[in-house]
Design a protein around this ligand. Structure first.
Ligand code: ADP
Length: 322
């Protein structure tokens, strides 16, 4: 076995996402099969600093591929931006013999991984976020499950919206990104999709549209709001006042972060987790795994963080045409 590292750690950091467990499982099993020991680090960088670390065996990851959340738990650790805190984390890694570290999370977590790499810990990031807002990759673990959870809720709200001849604003997650909203909007056949990347905050335009649709006998009106748009309840009040149509806001919230991952999330998580271990075995560091044009690839973390990503214009135009 020609491994450049003998012991690796794995942690999940930032917001959780369905499929993170499948990624942890892949890391643990591929590493053990190559003769690399694996240490599980609970609660992200915070747990690393607190040495909340345990040995993971083949069985440590039994029966988790189908479970949402993360068995390693996750936490935010704001002090990790301080160089002395990162240095302490690197010392903890060295104390526990951890030569390589798989960091499953988003851009923030990758920044932490890049800082740790400067202290001699080989780090590889795996993109885990429901928001799809990591620029270097076409796919992030959790997005597919989150969208599927959201569309089921929108379907249900649509039923009651039709019964009551209501306007419904349904707010989905995504932080500053509109990917979940765009996919839900297309999948649910929403009348309007408001995403931060394209919305011009022209509410009168929406009000006029609602009034026109009502004149043609439309019984409901569904608006999908990305969370980055702002206060959906306040918007509902304004629209109701302006149109006279009963308007309610539903915020789907944290349900989108949980639930059993879809096949797509499980399979991509498995491939990305295994690739992270392959990179560490070869001695790579400061890398992030990505899925680009159908291939699993990797980038330098700084290069990945400098990339930008926009909503696919074809998909956005499609949402307007349907
Ligand atoms: P995500 O990884 O999903 O983007 P956050 O932005 O909350 O989530 O980042 C997760 C954790 O990564 C933070 O709590 C912090 O410990 C670490 N982190 C975030 N930004 C930085 C940074 N600029 N430098 C070092 N560590 C960071």
């Amino acid at each position: 076995m020609d491994n450049k590292v003998n012991v690796i750690g794995v942690l999940t950091s930032g917001g959780d996402a369905p499929g993170m467990n499948a990624a942890i499982r892949a890391v643990v099993r591929t590493a053990l099969k190559e003769g690399i020991k694996v240490k599980g680090i609970r609660r992200g960088f915070l747990g690393l600093l607190e040495e909340d670390i345990y040995d993971m065996e083949y069985k440590s990851v039994s029966d988790i591929i189908n479970r949402g959340g993360t068995i390693l738990h996750t936490a935010r650790c704001p002090e990790f931006v301080k160089p002395e805190v990162v240095e302490k984390a690197a010392q903890v890694c060295k104390k526990h013999g951890i030569e390589g570290l798989v960091v499953i999370g988003g851009d923030g977590s990758f920044r932490g991984a890049a800082d740790l790499a400067k202290h001699g810990i080989n780090t590889v990031g795996v993109p885990g976020t429901i928001d799809l807002d990591i620029a270097c990759t076409d796919y992030t673990i959790g997005f597919d499950t989150a969208v599927n959870t959201a569309i089921q809720t929108v379907d249900k709200v649509r039923d009651t919206s039709t019964s009551h001849e209501r306007c419904s604003i349904i707010e989905v997650m995504g932080r500053h990104a509109g990917f979940i909203a765009l996919w839900c909007g297309i999948a649910n056949g929403a009348e309007d999709i408001l995403i931060p990347e394209r919305y011009d905050y022209d509410e009168q335009h929406i009000i006029d549209k609602i009034n026109r649709r009502r004149e043609t006998g439309k019984k409901h009106y569904i608006i999908i709001n990305a969370e980055g748009i702002g206060d959906s309840h306040a918007m509902a009040e304004r629209i109701e006042k302006a149109t006279g149509m009963e308007t309610r806001a539903t915020i789907i919230g944290h349900a989108q972060r949980g639930g059993s991952p879809t096949a797509r999330d499980r399979v991509y998580a498995a491939a990305m987790g295994a690739k992270a271990v392959d990179l560490l075995r070869k001695g790579a560091s400061n890398r992030v795994v990505a899925h680009v044009k159908g291939e699993f690839v990797d980038y330098d973390i700084a290069e990945a963080l400098a990339m930008t990503k926009d909503i696919n214009q074809y998909m956005y135009d499609l949402s307007k045409r349907l």
